[in-house]
Design a protein around this ligand. Structure first.
Ligand code: NDP
Ligand code: 8X3
Length: 252
C-alpha cells in the first residue's frame, strides 16, 4: 500500500482491463476517475470500492462536449490527475477491407484515435504540472498485421506511434509515456468486435489460456509505479499460447 494518495483517470472502466485496473489502483490506495458509457456498471464500482476512492464519469469518449463537461465536473478530490490510462477502445468486425462496414471503421477511428487524442490534449496541462504518467493501451495489432485487422491495427499503430511522439515532445517535463501492447486477453473485446456473438468469443479463447484483465491491470500498475526516473517506452505482451504467424501466399 502506498502512503501518498494519487489519482488515476482510467477510461473504459466498465469492463475488461479498465475495470480490473480500477480495482488494482484503488487497492493500492489511489483515487480513480472511472469512465465509460454504462452508468450502472460505474455505479456498481462506486458501491464496491467507495465514493471516496472512485468517481464515476459517464460519457461517450466520442462525444467531445460530454467529455469536456465530465472534466469540468470532477470533484476537487479527483482533479489532480497523476496518471491517465487511455484504455477505452474497441475493434469492430473481422471482415477483409473489401467487405468491411465503413461505419465500423468510423467507430474504431473515432474511439481509438480521435477520442484518445482529444482527452490527452485536455489533460496534458495537469499531467505536466503533476509530472504524471500516460499509459496508452495499444495492441500487438499495432505491429503485426492479420487478415481482418485492417483499421483496428491501423488505429493501434497510431496509438503506439503517438505515444512515442508524445514522449519526445514531453522530454524534460518529467511526464512519462508508455504504449502498452497486449496480445490476446479474454474480456468483452471479442463480444464487442463480433457485435454480440458469444459463441465466437468463447471459441476464440477456448483452450488457449489467454491473458486475463487482471494480468493487464497488474502490468499497468507496474508501469505506473516504476521509480520516477524510469520510463517504460513500450511493452508488448502475449499469452504463451500465442505467437507469430507466417506470411500468406496466394497461388494460381
Ligand atoms: P472491453 O470490451 O472489455 O472493455 C472496453 C471498455 O472501453 C469498456 O469499458 C467500454 O465502456 C469502453 N468503451 C468502448 N467504447 C467507448 C466509448 N465510445 N465511450 C466510452 N467508453 C468506451 O475490452 P478490453 O478491456 O479488452 O479493451 C480495453 C482496451 O484494450 C481497448 O483499447 C482494446 O483495443 C485494447 N486491447 C484489448 C485486447 C484484448 O485482447 N482484449 C488486446 C490488446 C488491446 P462502455 O461500453 O461502458 O462505454
Ligand atoms: C486485441 C488483440 O489480436 O485481437 O488488440 O488484435 S487482437
Amino acid at each position: 500500500m502506498t502512503t501518498t494518495q494519487r489519482t488515476a483517470f482510467i477510461t473504459g472502466a466498465t469492463s475488461g482491463f479498465g475495470l480490473a485496473a480500477t480495482r488494482r489502483f484503488v487497492a493500492d490506495g489511489w483515487r480513480v476517475v472511472a469512465t465509460g458509457r454504462r452508468a450502472e456498471r460505474l455505479q456498481a464500482l462506486v458501491d464496491e470500492l467507495g465514493a471516496a476512492h472512485v468517481h464515476p464519469a459517464v460519457f461517450d469518449v466520442r462525444d467531445e462536449p460530454a467529455m469536456r463537461a465530465a472534466l469540468e465536473a470532477l470533484p476537487a478530490d479527483f482533479r489532480d490527475i497523476d496518471l491517465l490510462v487511455n484504455n477505452a477502445g474497441l475493434a469492430q468486425g473481422t471482415l477483409p477491407a473489401q467487405r468491411a462496414d465503413l461505419q465500423d471503421w468510423r467507430v474504431m477511428i473515432d474511439t481509438n484515435v480521435r477520442a484518445l487524442v482529444v482527452l490527452t490534449h485536455a489533460l496534458l496541462p495537469t499531467l505536466i504540472e503533476r509530472k504524471g504518467t500516460i499509459i496508452n493501451v495499444s495492441s500487438t495489432a499495432a505491429t503485426y498485421p492479420y487478415a481482418g485487422g485492417n483499421v483496428y491495427g491501423g488505429t493501434k499503430a497510431f496509438v503506439s506511434q503517438f505515444s512515442l511522439g508524445l514522449r519526445a515532445d514531453l522530454h524534460g517535463t518529467g511526464v512519462r509515456v508508455t504504449a502498452l501492447e497486449p496480445g490476446m486477453a479474454e474480456t468483452e473485446f471479442t463480444l464487442v468486435r463480433t457485435h454480440g456473438d458469444q459463441a465466437a468469443s468463447d471459441t476464440l479463447y477456448k483452450g488457449a489460456q489467454p491473458m486475463t484483465a487482471d494480468d493487464i491491470a497488474a502490468t499497468i500498475h507496474w508501469i505506473a509505479t516504476q521509480p520516477p526516473h524510469i520510463n517504460i517506452n513500450r511493452l508488448e505482451m502475449m499469452p504463451t499460447s500465442q505467437s507469430f504467424a507466417g506470411f500468406q501466399i496466394a497461388r494460381n
